[in-house]
Write a protein that binds this ligand. Structure first.
Ligand code: DUC
Ligand code: ZN
Ligand code: ZN
Ligand code: ZN
Length: 488
């Protein structure tokens, strides 16, 4: 296959501009975007007339080959990424989970898992305990390993959860490193109590999952994390915003000028809680994720928040457990592995619900699915744009052809799909990753080992000017008021 590609006649869409143009690619890099480009016959030409040519999706939130809740997700760095590419996503950022509390060991384990990568990827890192070693390891991760974001869990008591004291230490460390703090925001103590209560009441099915972690607990933890981030004066990224409660806390903080980013996920934008009451365990269990999918109404509110700028980008929390794994919780919803799919569906779901419905433009779509993520994690414009010099990660979306989502035809290893039966206009017909056509005519051409690790540097634009804010508390640490001994 030629390493030279010309995409002809499509509407090239960036987050702030669109135009009908040709895009010329050489050796994995976008070389030129011009109204008309003529090339020799050594160049492969793709006709994109009447179609959108857009930056490939970047999924900011996935869990591939994740060891969680006594099992491991079925999608690894190959199958999960292959699925992503078939759905128009050309990069994702996965979460390194420390190994027995060690960030370094966790990172090494994920480096190994990612050897079979077939698309570019980056890493966030979770911090699940606090001591001097963790503090030093965070510094090492930022300075040498290409990590610029750390996630803190306020839920999963007894496993990943940390308390407020550690959260504060973590926030301060993030600030000092220029790294972005992220939170999983649910009140883990209250969830734990609620779960016990449900079991005592004999509610052992998946509906107990929804009942034990109501939206108010997501709102509480979101508000707490936002206020503590304000106290430390560091930017905050709230992962998987599932409820109006959490979204409104983000809206309020942003209105006051605080740098808070909110990430809804594909499932939360279109699904509703009623699935958890489904009489068939297998059906209900596949919708178990945390925070839970909420009542009808939250989905539409999250869409609206995206279209008005309250929320900034869309992830998935792709965390794939099949029916056999979900059945671990047949007698106790607390043992149902938490997680739903989305890495392959996100781009179609967002196009269908947001663009086709007229809520946002094609340019907004690019921003929410790709550009904003690249900016936040400091890899723009290498990623997230169709510009000369950017990586050739590109999708061609046909607004007039249809897509359909079903477990029978998807590329994930899952035996189910929470978006089963969804259909709509706007099929992603071609995916180009690193200058290679990897998805065309409903065929995947991927090879393990072709994906690259994308290092992410600290000090993104989010931190610009952060220390100019008047911050009496922090200043007082440096210059305590000196008073003469009182002599009455
Ligand atoms: N929520 C999930 O549903 N799965 C993975 C971890 C998480 O926070
Ligand atoms: Zn232009
Ligand atoms: Zn989470
Ligand atoms: Zn997650």
């Amino acid at each position: 296959p030629s390493s030279k590609l010309l995409i002809k006649g499509g509407t090239v869409v960036n987050a702030h501009h669109q135009q009908v143009a040709d895009v010329y690619i050489e050796d994995g890099i976008i070389v030129a975007i011009k109204p008309t480009i003529t090339v020799g016959d050594e160049v492969t030409v793709i006709d994109a007339t009447g179609k959108f040519v857009m930056p490939g999706g970047i999924d900011p939130h996935t869990h591939l080959e994740f060891e969680f809740m006594d099992t491991v997700t079925v999608d690894d760095f190959f199958s999960g990424q292959a699925a992503a590419l078939a759905g128009g996503t050309t990069m994702h950022i996965d979460f390194v989970i420390p190994h027995k509390g060690s960030l370094t060991a966790g990172f090494e384990a994920y480096e190994k898992k990612a050897k079979k990568a077939c698309m570019d990827y980056g890493f966030h890192m979770a911090v699940t305990k606090w001591d001097e070693t963790v503090s030093r390891e965070m510094e090492l991760m930022v300075k040498e390993k290409g990590i610029n974001s750390f996630k803190f869990f306020l839920a999963y008591k007894g496993a990943l959860m940390i308390n407020d004291e550690l959260l504060l230490e973590g926030f301060k460390k993030c600030k000092s490193l220029g790294a972005l703090a992220m939170v999983h925001a649910e009140n883990g103590d209250a969830v734990y109590e609620g779960q016990k209560k449900m079991i005592e009441l004999g509610i052992t099915g998946p509906e107990g999952h929804a009942l034990s972690r109501p939206a108010v607990l997501e709102g509480e933890a979101t508000a707490r994390a936002i206020r503590l981030a304000d106290f430390v004066n560091t930017p905050l990224y709230v992962v998987h915003v599932m409820s109006i409660d959490a979204m409104e806390e983000i809206a309020r903080a942003r209105k006051s000028g605080q740098r808070v980013i909110g990430e809804p996920v594909a499932s939360g934008l279109v699904l509703d809680e009623s699935w958890l009451w489904h009489p068939d365990f297998e059906t209900a269990a596949k919708y178990v994720m945390s925070p839970p999918i909420r009542k009808r109404g939250h989905d539409k509110a999250l869409q609206a928040a995206l279209s008005t700028g309250i929320l900034q980008l869309v992830g998935t929390d792709h965390c794939a457990f099949n029916s056999t794994q979900k059945a671990l919780g047949i007698d106790d919803f607390r043992k149902i592995p938490n997680g739903v799919n989305g890495i392959e569906e996100r781009m179609h779901v967002v196009w269908d619900t947001m663009v086709e419905s007229g809520q946002i433009s094609a340019m907004d779509y690019v921003r929410l699915t790709s550009t904003e993520c690249a900016r936040i994690f400091n890899i723009y414009p290498r990623k997230g744009a169709i510009l000369p010099g950017s990586d050739a990660d590109i999708i061609i979306l046909n607004p007039n052809s249809s897509f359909e989502i079903t477990a029978k035809s998807h590329h994930s290893r899952l035996d189910t799909n929470v978006f089963e039966g969804s259909r709509g206009k706007g099929k992603i017909e071609v995916t180009i990753a690193g200058g290679r056509v990897v998805w065309e005519n409903n065929e995947l051409k991927v090879a393990p080992g072709t994906g690259r690790y994308i290092k992410m540097s600290p000090f993104s634009y989010l931190f610009d000017g952060i220390d100019r804010r008047d911050d009496a508390y922090l200043k007082s640490l440096q210059a305590p008021v000196k008073r003469a001994k009182s002599s009455s």
